[in-house]
Design a protein around this ligand. Structure first.
Ligand code: ADP
Ligand code: ZN
Length: 716
């Protein structure tokens, strides 16, 4: 199987010296050489004299059987060509290259022609470190000399220059380096997780506990067990900004840093990680969802932290849910999966309820920290000036915290300055030229930005529609506008805004977070970024500006999302010894979701939500698939969409229904029109087979793209 878009096995003769199943190979394809994996013996369907040979076997360990099975199964599940899955599994730079070398320097046997103080310094450093070797820069820096001094010594043999492979193994982790004394139900949970790993059999566990209850401490025990057994472990995090903090924790616990895999890692380092994971030189990988496709030799544990997080769903290219794929991968390599969350997805909650997953609960917060007190602010009875969003009640609460030298967080899940720009002369709302979304004003960048397709343009002076000047006005709040209001209400407070687009890099963001945690701000204003796992010990108040955002949507998961988000955000308050308060501004204090959040009756919320979904026959109690057709020609997409809806025989045969075609949630992206069909099926039917049969009936023009999204996350 190659990584090229050809969805079938190709036959090649084995090269001189032979090759084996699983080998990574370079093969000729037309005029090019491409990457492939040996999938097994050919079936002899072709004339052997016409078959070309494998060019060479690459110098990396072969792909294991469990990985090949996983790729085949995940391709079937997501209805993706196997070649694309193989491509996901070979996304390492420089796979074709021979092992890359670098120069290192150590003590030589020769004597220099003459001694200088600089030369003496270099030799003294090498003397001190005995038999160790260093790169040119390391050695020169340690001796405090220029690199030419080292080179001079090397020329005379007083220093020995050697080549060594660049891709070196990661430092060994020590499972018993240090640990905390677990408390209360942490003990039982850690023991169960350890046993699960020691069983060397597949299992999935939901580890549920409020933020700060010690989930990370507990699952690090499972990692420790995995290391002890000599198997590899993988920890998936939803967000790059969280990795730095996590790496430090791993180092504290196991004495060294693990391998890191995400888009912020350099090409050379990625190449090293890919190779070392395959060669067994990396025991623990911390990374983003694509780390699931690394060539682990012997994977014994996968942790999916914040398993409910929507960023685990890959929404471009191969559409997959990393959480579900983690479970699938684990079944092929006899690994334990730990799904950790304070607010699990309804899917996971239901799987635990049904006994498919084990469930471990950490009931209290570690140490003194307590859950915050939660209250609603009924916006119907608050007096607010126009273009203001902070109610007098919330303002007073913030002022109290600022006066006491504590921190307050104001949460609004909208980036930019204002979500809409309206012309007061003609009523036009400025939209994106390339899709159907409205443009969002980002005053900080002095531009309008489309949050769907990323298109930006300068803020216009005249209305693009009626050409009247000076009548464009912002409508509604975003973080930037809220910051303006905060500065006006609290002129003496130090205000920090946390929104992903305001930072040039993950590191800059991380630095800001650290500075806030150390007390560098009195009031923090943030988007959903702050809802994830950061620890601000002095934060005692969280104000949710618009708790109703997300309640009204027709989205299947709207209630679930608001519930999770708000519990997470309010989990930021009072993580240390001081008790926190969370205030929710809402116009619907009696809405069931708001009530469930306030009362803390989580199980009640899940049960009610589960009952509604069961009634409607939707996930997790039914199955769904989204089909998106896109083309620059609107007629073409609706024609095919209509035909697909009519010829639904293969779907009806399994009791499934088709809805649509309707404009997709984003009806136009980068000039392409998109329509969506939604397939709804009962739970235990062969949905993928039926979809394949259904789609095979149609001739898809080259100008049209069809993509299938199994278990879609974004609806209607
Ligand atoms: P979660 O992952 O559930 O948010 P963490 O594992 O990050 O919780 O724990 C929250 C904080 O409490 C961390 O600083 C952690 O080191 C600390 N902590 C948790 N359990 C213990 C323990 N048994 N002993 C010492 N510190 C602990
Ligand atoms: Zn757009």
């Amino acid at each position: 199987m190659t990584t090229q878009p050809i969805d079938r096995f190709l036959d090649y003769k084995s090269p001189e010296g032979g090759c084996n199943t699983g080998d990574f190979v370079e093969v000729p394809l037309g005029p090019r050489k491409v990457l492939g994996v040996v999938w097994g013996k050919g079936e002899g369907r072709f004339d052997p004299s016409k078959i070309r040979s494998v060019s060479r076997v690459l110098d990396v360990p072969p792909m294991g059987k469990d990985m090949r099975e996983f790729l085949v199964r995940s391709a079937e599940y997501t209805l993706t060509p196997l070649s694309q899955m193989v491509r996901l599994a070979t996304r390492a730079p420089g796979l074709f290259d021979p092992p890359s070398m670098r120069k290192i320097f150590r003590m030589g046997t020769g004597t220099p022609d003459r001694m200088t103080p600089a030369r003496e310094k270099v030799l003294a450093v090498l003397e001190d470190y005995g038999d160790m070797s260093f790169t040119l820069k390391e050695l020169a820096d340690m001796a405090g000399v220029t690199s030419s001094v080292v080179k001079g010594l090397a020329k005379q043999g007083a220093v020995r220059e050697e080549d060594t492979p660049r891709d070196v193994p990661f430092p060994l982790l020590r499972h018993d380096f240090s640990g905390v004394a677990l408390e209360g139900d942490q003990n039982g949970a850690a023991l169960e997780l350890r046993e699960g790993v020691a069983d060397r059999a597949y299992s999935t566990v939901l580890l549920k506990g409020v933020t700060g209850s010690g989930k990370t401490e507990v699952y690090l025990e499972a990692v420790a067990e995995c290391l002890r057994l000599g198997r590899q472990a993988l920890v998936l995090l939803p967000e790059i900004a969280l990795t730095a903090e996590f790496l430090t924790r791993v180092e504290k616990r196991f004495g060294a840093k693990p391998a890191e895999w995400h888009s912020g890692v350099t090409m050379t380092e990625r190449r090293r990680v890919w190779r070392m994971v395959g060669a067994g030189g990396a025991e623990l990988v911390v990374g983003a969802r694509s780390a699931l496709f690394l060539p682990f030799r012997d994977l014994g544990l996968i942790v999916v932290d914040e398993e409910h997080d929507t960023s685990y769903k890959q929404e471009e290219g191969v559409l997959y849910s990393a959480r579900d794929m983690a479970v699938l991968r684990a079944t092929y390599c006899a690994a334990e999966v730990v799904l950790a969350s304070a607010t699990p997805s309804l899917e996971t909650w239901a799987n635990a309820e049904a006994g498919k997953y084990k469930r471990l609960d950490l009931s209290s917060r570690f140490g003194e920290a307590q859950l915050p007190e939660m209250r609603a602010i009924d916006m119907r009875s608050e007096k607010l000036a126009s273009n203001h969003w902070i109610s007098p009640t919330l303002k007073a609460a913030v002022q109290m915290r600022v006066d006491a030298g504590e921190q307050a967080l104001l949460f609004i899940n909208r980036r930019g300055y204002a979500p809409t720009t309206l012309c007061r002369a003609c009523g036009e709302q400025i939209g994106c030229d390339f899709c159907d979304a409205r443009m969002v004003e980002h005053r900080f960048q002095k531009r309008l930005v489309c949050h769907q397709c990323g298109e930006t343009k300068p803020m216009p002076i005249e209305c693009p529609s009626c050409k009247v000047e000076g009548k464009l006005a912002p409508v509604g709040p975003g973080v930037e506008r809220l910051a303006e209001e905060v500065n006006e209400l609290f002129p003496d407070a130090r205000v920090a805004v946390l929104s992903s687009d305001l930072f040039s890099s993950a590191r800059a963001l991380k630095e800001q977070i650290v500075s806030i945690a150390q007390g560098g701000a009195d009031i923090v204003i943030g988007t959903q970024l702050v809802a994830k796992g950061h620890n601000f010990p002095n934060l005692t108040l969280v104000g949710v500006i618009d708790a109703d955002l997300g309640l009204q949507g027709s989205d299947l998961r709207a209630a679930e999302r608001s519930f999770q988000l708000m519990r997470q955000v309010s989990g930021r308050a009072g993580r240390a010894a001081k008790k926190g308060t969370a205030l929710l501004q809402t116009f619907q204090p009696e809405h069931p979701v708001i009530r469930a959040i306030l009362s803390g009756e989580e199980e009640q919320f899940w049960r009610a939500e589960a009952a509604e979904r069961m009634e409607a026959g939707v996930p997790p109690y039914g199955r769904m698939a989204g089909i998106v057709l896109s083309s620059t020609d609107i007629q073409e997409v609706f024609d095919l969409g209509g035909e697909m809806a009519r010829l639904d025989g293969p779907l009806r045969a399994i009791g499934a229904q088709v809805f649509g075609p309707a404009p997709a949630p984003i009806a136009r992206v980068r000039g392409r029109h998109r329509v969506r069909l939604l397939v709804k099926a009962p739970k235990n039917v062969p949905l993928q087979k039926a979809l394949t049969k259904w789609i095979a009936q149609f001739k898809i023009p080259n100008t049209l793209r069809l993509s299938v999204d199994i278990d879609p996350q974004n609806f209607f």
